[in-house]
Design a protein. Structure first.
Length: 303
């Protein structure tokens, strides 16, 4: 189809009960998307991406079948995992949310009073919606910037967020993606900026199915404290880089976030001409379209 995608990966509803999906699986001969009990074969491109349209709309759930593998897999770029990281992916239409922050001018680092917030423990309910109700109080206390600890979908009932496995899917434990959007919209209404802590140095040990789509997501050329290092500079690294850079842009574009805090950059190894952290920063600024953003790189050795 001639559908113009917003993001290079994931499922995007195109209207008329149709959804377009694109996934990178270079060594898989046949990728089928399973939805509403029907398996639709995607078209394999020469670049290792499989893409196509299937009958589905926002709210429908889908999975991938890879060649003859019996297991059905969630989308690596799933926008929502309502049953957790092992379940099906849900199609989300980001355009359905009505934002009210049109006058929000963005944020820069100077003079900010930062509050680090963990959605799961910040309130008794542990939800985006409950946290949103406390934003006015934080603003009254003098907080000007909230740094939300990682929300990427992870396995189990509790977690600080550093074992995320579905980097595009805000954790279902805290609510739906639109609840997170509403939290950010409300923060902006209160005059408070919001940045998100993202983990681009490793993936969690449980529920990470990237390897089923391609082993090239990871590399053994570097030692990583938390499992396998991510392949940002080896063979087949370009789609891996695209995955992470697209993720950074996604949070800015579709969630109106004011920037990112990059976790443990000393464990992000990359000898490419453009270091992946620089590439992420560049895409964040492009995605913000002139709105000032805040980028913080955590670096334990303080390089």
């Amino acid at each position: 189809s001639d559908y113009q995608r917003r993001s290079p990966i994931g499922a995007e509803p195109v209207g008329g009960d149709r959804t377009h999906v694109r996934v990178w699986a270079p060594r898989i001969g046949e990728v089928r998307v399973v939805c509403r009990g029907t398996a639709t074969r995607l078209t394999a491109g020469s670049d290792g991406y499989h893409s196509g349209e299937f009958a589905a709309a926002a709210g429908d759930r889908y999975q991938f079948k890879l060649d003859a593998d019996e297991k059905l897999y969630p989308d690596p770029a799933s926008r929502f995992q309502p049953e957790g990281p092992h379940g099906p992916s849900e199609i989300v239409d980001p355009r359905a949310f009505r934002w009210s922050d049109q006058s929000w001018a963005g944020a820069s680092i100077r003079g900010q009073v930062v509050y680090e917030l963990h959605v799961g423990t910040f309130t008794r309910e542990g939800t985006y919606a409950a946290a949103a109700k406390q934003l006015r109080e934080l603003a009254r206390a003098g907080i000007t910037l909230i740094e939300v600890m990682p929300v990427a979908e992870f396995d189990g009932r509790f977690g600080w967020g550093y074992d995320g496995v579905d980097l595009f899917a805000p954790s279902h434990l805290y609510g739906a993606p639109d609840d997170f959007r509403r939290f950010i919209d409300e923060a902006h209404r209160c005059g408070v900026a919001v940045i998100l802590d993202v983990v681009y140095n490793h993936l969690g040990p449980t529920g990470n199915y990237l390897r089923a789509f391609s082993p090239a997501y990871f590399t053994d050329r570097y030692d990583n404290e938390w499992g396998d290092a991510i392949n940002f500079d080896g063979p087949d690294a370009a789609p891996v880089r695209e995955f992470f850079v697209s993720n950074a842009a996604y949070w800015i574009e579709e969630f109106h976030l004011d920037g990112l805090r990059l976790d443990a950059t000393q464990q992000i190894y990359d000898s490419s001409p453009e270091y992946i952290v620089a590439a992420v920063g560049r895409r964040v600024r492009e995605a913000a379209g002139g709105r000032p953003t805040i980028l913080i790189a955590e670096n334990e050795p303080q390089d």
